[in-house]
Design a protein around this ligand. Structure first.
Ligand code: GLC
Length: 597
């Protein structure tokens, strides 16, 4: 089946039945459909949601699972290739053993387009090895309120920075130099997802998830109550940049703009995105995002498709979706011209990704989690950690005999990776392969490095140098909404124990956003905001040991009080763009040390 150019696409559309067209517009979770059923229903795309991994969760099992769907689609009447989608948002992050890069808030602190492009290329290469050709990334939100559980998925508060880094990631994903074949990027969530106000989600009879997630879900999927000037000047530019970089898919946002759901917003989805910005790819809904548009499912589907949604992430009851689409098309509620436009866009994206190209050079499975990719990730870790404060504690002193390290997070891969890692909400412990801060200190520092999670070191009454690592628990989306982001009580106890016994105390923070911890910052001699560094945590050890310089600058203001979170104009403890520089290759490190591999 050829979809190599516009003429071939138009020819194909004339050959397709309405059922085949509707099938292309349907995306289903792999948990809800078999390969045979995808063929029977001409399904255009299958996805793995954050938790939808094969068992065992290995690269080879992924390749087999994805391949079974691709093969089924190839056997259909027209053989239109199926595209498999995942949330490879900081590496091929569902897959066990994959390279996990820092989350976007860290990359926003590194501020380096070339680094982000190389991350995109490495991510695309690991995806290609498993047959996955579409990632729902980059998030190009411009987060305005750090209480939002998706703050860390955004590069930062500056629209220009978000635009530059988002475009670089799109380029890296879609045009990797080495493999020659890219994967489809997806700029999300269009538009204004980072502009919603606290307390504006509506708990009514339309089906929403948040009912199961308790009262803390207060801002994610809420209402962006902003003017068109602010929407266009702050939240739209990253999409213009992503479209200019060639992004072939965009995901609609669950959120609303002044009370109108984005999934139902024809003005923004069609007139602005496809008209003004000239977006030629396709718009995909979010997971059950269409369902939220109206209480009647048929009304919700008709409204969303006519507004400009081209593919629906159903993702469970696909038979109901197909039935409703067939009825709405036959009655004319959805014009056939709109169906053809959606299918044209989908086929154009599949053509761009060369899914049907027979001589695709699929990289070997050994590229997943390769040393080369982990080296890029380690560089990203070093360049994203922000030195907030340093009263002479860093680089680590040459003369001290020992370093005492405390805090569960100092040796916990799950805590350093955060959400969207192997599981939707992430996890704790050895959730995947990687190295920790403790590994890095032991591999790099010249000192005797002792570790106790609780900070007990009975063999010594005092520590020359203490390092305590605290962390937010992992989270993703609305479950991560938090009225008062701060350190946990447990981490505070360990911090105080280490403060009391250490001559010099260094605080390392793993978090998806700035935390309100002015008391801890005041009592520490140095503070490093490491964000969510991913699997290569050992690189932080090198940084503290002085092997590499501190150069990062925080891409969000760092508040000094909870009140400041309610007052957008309040002066922060540290301004956006803050970060101390510290030269690398200090006197007290082993030369040529690895990153604890
Ligand atoms: C989600 C997220 C979206 C993600 C999608 C598929 O609910 O909002 O970012 O790409 O589901 O996992």
């Amino acid at each position: 089946m050829k979809i190599s150019d516009e003429r071939a696409i138009e020819q194909l559309i004339t050959e397709m039945t309405v059922a085949e067209k509707i099938g292309q517009m349907t995306q289903v979770s792999k948990e809800s459909i078999s390969p045979a059923e995808t063929a029977d229903n001409f399904i255009g795309s299958v996805l793995s949601g954050g938790n939808d991994n094969p068992a065992p969760n290995t690269p080879s099992r992924w390749a087999d699972m994805v391949g079974s769907f691709l093969d089924a689609a190839a056997d259909t009447r027209l053989g239109i290739p199926l595209v498999y989608g995942v949330d490879a948002v900081h590496g091929h992050s569902n897959v066990g053993g994959a390279t996990i890069f820092p989350h976007n808030i860290g990359l926003g602190s590194a501020r380096d387009e070339d680094l982000v492009r190389r991350m995109g290329q490495a991510t695309a290469t690991e995806m290609l090895a498993t047959g996955v050709r579409w990632t729902f990334a980059p998030t190009v939100a411009v987060p305005q309120d750090i209480r939002w559980g998706r703050t860390y998925e955004g590069y930062g508060r500056d629209p220009g920075l978000v635009s530059r880094l988002g475009a670089a990631f799109v380029d890296g994903l879609q045009n990797p130099r080495k493999t020659g074949f890219g994967v489809l990027a997806c700029a999300k969530h269009f538009v204004g997802d980072g502009a919603t106000s606290w307390g504006t989600i509506v708990r009514d009879e339309t089906p929403n998830w948040w009912d199961d997630w308790g009262e803390n879900w207060q801002i994610d999927q809420g209402d962006a109550r902003i003017s068109e000037v602010v929407l266009r000047s702050v939240h739209l530019p990253p999409y213009a940049a992503a479209v200019k970089a060639g992004a072939m898919t965009v995901m609609a946002s669950y959120s609303s703009w002044n009370g109108v759901k984005l999934h139902a917003h024809r003005g923004l989805l069609t007139d602005v995105l496809k008209g003004e910005l000239g977006f030629s790819g396709f718009v995909v809904s979010d997971w059950m995002g269409v369902d939220q548009v109206a209480t009647s499912y048929e009304d919700a589907v008709v409204t969303s498709i006519n507004a400009g949604v081209d593919m629906v992430m159903v993702p469970i009851d696909y038979r109901r979706f197909i039935h409703v689409m067939a009825r709405a098309t036959s009655t004319g509620r959805i014009p056939l011209q709109r169906i053809d436009d959606a299918v044209r866009r989908i086929l154009r994206a599949k053509s761009f990704a060369r899914l049907a190209d027979p001589d695709q050079q699929v990289p070997p499975l050994s590229v997943v989690g390769s040393a080369e990719h982990r080296s890029v990730a380690a560089e990203a870790v070093r360049r994203s950690a922000v030195l907030l404060k340093n009263d002479g504690a860093l680089p680590l002193p040459a003369v001290s005999r020992s370093i005492d390290v405390a805090g569960k997070a100092a040796d916990d891969i799950g805590l350093q990776c955060g959400g969207w890692t192997v599981g939707w909400q992430g996890g704790t412990g050895a959730t995947t392969a990687g190295t920790t801060l403790l590994d890095g200190l032991r591999a790099t520092a010249r000192h005797d490095v002792a570790y106790d999670q609780e900070g007990w070191f009975p063999e010594r009454d005092r520590s020359d140098v203490g390092i305590v690592c605290i962390a937010e628990p992992p989270y993703a989306e609305g479950p991560g909404d938090c009225a008062e982001p701060t350190a946990s009580d447990e981490d505070r106890v360990v911090f105080t124990r280490m403060r009391d016994r250490s001559r010099v105390l260094i605080l390392v923070v793993y978090s998806g956003r700035p935390l309100v911890i002015p008391d801890l910052i005041a009592r520490a001699d140095a503070v490093v905001a490491a964000w969510l560094p991913g699997t290569e945590g050992a690189a932080l050890g090198e940084l503290l040991a002085g092997v590499h310089p501190f150069e990062a600058r925080t891409s969000q203001p760092w508040p000094g009080s909870f009140d400041a979170l309610q007052e957008p104009g309040a002066s922060p403890l540290y301004a956006q763009g803050h970060g101390l520089s510290l030269s690398g290759a200090g006197p007290n490190v082993q030369r040529g040390s690895g990153s604890g591999q």
